[in-house]
Every structure is written in structure tokens, then in C-alpha cells.
Design a protein around this ligand. Structure first.
Ligand code: PMP
Length: 405
């Protein structure tokens, strides 16, 4: 029997303690921590704390084994072929910056990086910086009116000079899922690597990263029901030993002398210094717990809630959806505007009713430009959301519109 998919709120401590009403719909920004992750974090910090990879005493050895077990659990959750493909970071942002630094030596003057207009700034700015440092060129795939990346235009952008293609797996604004397979094939045909911003991927269930066809995949623990402060850069094994390290320091070395250093094997080579051990153990615990859930049921429910939300929003006068009106090919993330009311004001009004939603540009200003808006309100779902949350949001919007327009 899978653990209580019918009452998932019970597995998230915040729902027992938050003042009522409480409708948390900002999961694309950060999701709530599940009990197994919180317990793993508290156990480590309160009872089992020692540094990893160094000590020979039992406490330190146990911490190192727990750390490597977390690596294996996360590898299983995302379908990595080996735990060593998992490199721990402090989050998706560091993982993507690390990817840019690891791949930078491949860029020469006049080489090309391809991104898309739908990228989060974390998967755009590091590539702009790398392009500037190396004198490379950066172009972006456009999006259609609903925010879909125009994959059909790929061939027009790719050239023999394209070294890196960096795309989002799932948009944090529209929830649209990128069809990565054809992108990977086309990128590999011209000898480029495909880096994927997976920040919004693993929170929506286990995946098979190798089947996506990409070469590097970045995500954060705090969006995956674990603690803040940890993240992952998955690197395809075939690339692992080719890439140079990014940060230098303790624990990433095999032998150091004054003139030079021989680096440790991957993944240690990419993990200089003390990692965020507690949050990584929490992420391992979250991955293990999530693996035990029935994702067919959870995905079906998310789809039904998304359909209901889209239907209700499209019937509200004064509300305009930004992005597709249907639930096909996306997860439960919906952006919208209320005509004549700034998204921040909408969110402040909703907050008075216990509704937590994000208003702003969602760190995706080029996408906002493509939509012709400065900002939107965004509702984003997690497995613990239910019909009551959607009803409260729709009622809250009616109230807001009556008061503010
Ligand atoms: N990419 C996407 C698509 C995101 O939604 C986010 C978080 N908003 C990030 C990257 C950055 O994640 P983090 O802030 O956890 O590093």
C-alpha cells in the first residue's frame, strides 16, 4: 500500500501548524518540506552531525555513508545510471553556473550557445556571462503566443559552431514541458551538449533523466519537498571524467603540491569543501519517500485540479490566462493577470484570505516581454493541493476583483 496519497497534507508538518485558512499555491517557488526530509535534517543536525569524507571515527564514517546513500537514492529517483553522476550543489542556480564553468573551456571566439526565450534567469545569465568571457555568441529560440518553445526552429539556429544548448525542462511560468528528445538529437548531431534546467522537473515525480537525452540536468532540493540549501547537477557519465573542476579546495583533490594538484575522481572533484550535508540527507529522504508514492494517482489528480483551475479562471471576467488555456503537455503551473490590477496587489489581497501565490516576473523577463506583460500572478500546484485550495483561490479572486476594480 502506498503511503496516504489521499491525505498528503498529513505528511507535511506545516499544514498542522499554519494559522487557518492556509492555501499554499506557490510550489514553483518553493514547496513545503515533507516529514521524512525534516526528520532526516533534524536527526543529522541534532544527533548524528559530523563532517563527511574525512573522519575515521564512527560518527564521521556514519555521516559519510548516509551522504553516499542520499546520492544513491537521488540517482534512483531521477533515473541516473550511476550514483557518481550526481554532483551535489547548493541549488539549481549553483548547478547551472557550475555547468557554465565546466563547459566554458569548450567555447572559443565565435562559438555559439543556444537558449530559449522561456528560460529562468538562472539558465540565461550564466550563459551570457560565459559567452562574454569567451567571445561566444548567444541566441535564443523564440516562443509562440502561448509560451511554447519553437522547437521547429532548432535547425535554423544550430550550426557547426554550436557548442551548448541550454533549455528548461518545465517552464516555471507556464508549466509547459519541453520535448527534449528531438532537441538532444539535433544538438548531438552538431556536436553540442544539452544542458537542462530541471528545477521544475523532479517535484512532479520520478523521471528517467537518461531518456530525456540531455547531458547535464540541474535541480534544487527545496522545490522537491526537502530543505533549502541543497541541489544537484546530474552529469552524464560519459562526460564526467572529461570535465574540469569548477571550485578548488578541500576534498576535491587526490594530491596537492605547491606547484600543482591532481584532482580526485568525479563526483568528488566537483564537490570542493563541506557540502550542505543535512539538506542533502533530507533530499535523499524525500526522494526515497516520493519513490513510494503512486504517481499515476498523483499525476491524475494534479491534471484534474489543473483542468478545474483553468476552467474556473477562464470564466472569471477580468482574468486573463498567460500561457495555454488547456492542460495538455504541462504541469500544474498557471500564470494569469487581472486586468487593471498589479499582480502584487492581487497577491496581497489573496494573502488576506490565507492564499499564498507569487506575483512578479518569476525571474523570466524575456518570457514576460514575449507575452507583452511586466508581471503575472502564478498559481503552482503540489501533490498536497486539493479542490479546496482551488475553490478558495477562485473565491479569493472574485473578492479581489470586486474590491479592486
Ligand atoms: N530554474 C527554474 C525553472 C526555476 O523555477 C528556479 C527557481 N525559481 C530556478 C531555476 C532557480 O532555482 P534556485 O533558486 O533554487 O537555485
Amino acid at each position: 500500500m502506498n503511503p496516504g496519497v489521499d491525505d498528503l497534507k498529513a505528511a507535511f508538518p506545516i499544514f498542522a501548524s499554519a494559522p487557518r485558512p492556509f492555501h499554499y499555491l506557490d510550489n514553483a517557488a518553493t514547496s513545503q518540506i515533507c516529514r521524512p526530509a525534516l526528520e532526516a535534517l533534524l536527526r543529522f543536525e541534532g544527533q548524528e552531525r559530523a563532517n563527511v569524507k574525512r573522519g575515521v571515527y564512527r560518527l564521521a564514517d556514519a555521516a559519510t555513508r548516509a551522504y553516499e546513500q542520499a546520492r544513491s537514492r537521488i540517482a534512483a529517483y531521477i533515473g541516473a545510471s550511476k550514483p557518481r553522476e550526481i554532483v551535489f550543489t547548493s541549488g539549481a542556480t549553483l548547478a547551472l553556473n557550475m555547468a557554465a564553468h565546466l563547459l566554458e573551456p569548450r567555447l572559443g571566439r565565435g562559438d555559439h550557445i543556444l537558449v530559449s526565450v522561456a528560460e529562468h534567469h538562472s539558465n540565461l545569465v550564466p550563459w551570457q556571462m560565459a559567452a562574454e568571457r569567451r567571445g561566444a555568441r548567444l541566441t535564443a529560440l523564440a516562443v509562440d503566443r502561448e509560451g511554447r518553445i519553437r522547437i521547429a526552429e532548432l535547425e535554423r539556429h544550430l550550426t557547426a559552431r554550436t557548442r551548448i544548448v541550454a533549455l528548461t525542462h518545465i517552464s516555471n511560468v507556464t508549466g509547459l514541458i519541453t520535448d527534449l528528445r528531438p532537441v538532444a538529437e539535433a544538438a548531438h548531431r552538431v556536436g553540442a551538449v544539452l544542458v537542462v534546467d530541471g528545477a521544475q522537473g523532479p517535484p512532479h515525480g520520478p523521471l528517467l533523466v537518461r531518456e530525456l537525452g540531455c547531458d547535464l540536468y540541474a535541480f534544487s532540493a527545496h522545490k522537491m519537498f526537502a530543505a533549502t540549501g541543497a541541489g544537484v547537477l546530474w552529469i552524464r557519465e560519459e562526460l564526467l571524467d572529461e570535465l574540469p573542476p569548477f571550485l578548488g579546495g578541500g576534498e576535491m583533490v587526490a594530491r596537492v603540491t605547491i606547484p600543482q594538484t591532481r584532482y580526485a575522481e568525479a563526483p568528488r572533484r566537483f564537490e570542493a569543501g563541506t557540502p550542505p550535508i543535512g539538506p542533502i540527507l533530507a533530499l535523499g529522504a524525500a526522494a526515497e519517500w516520493l519513490m513510494g508514492l503512486d504517481w499515476t494517482v498523483i499525476r491524475g489528480r494534479e491534471r484534474a485540479l489543473l483542468d478545474k483551475l483553468l476552467h474556473e479562471l477562464s470564466r472569471l471576467s477580468g482574468v486573463r490566462l498567460v500561457g495555454p488555456c488547456e492542460s495538455e503537455g504541462r504541469v500544474g503551473i498557471v500564470a494569469f493577470v487581472v486586468d487593471g490590477v498589479h499582480p502584487h496587489d492581487v497577491c496581497q489581497m489573496l494573502d488576506q484570505l490565507g492564499l499564498c501565490l507569487r506575483g512578479g516576473h518569476h525571474c523570466a523577463q524575456p518570457l514576460m516581454d514575449a507575452f507583452g506583460v511586466e508581471a503575472t500572478v502564478r498559481a503552482s500546484l503540489a501533490p498536497y493541493n486539493d479542490e479546496e485550495d482551488i475553490d478558495a483561490l477562485v473565491e479569493g479572486l472574485r473578492w479581489t476583483i470586486r474590491r479592486l476594480r
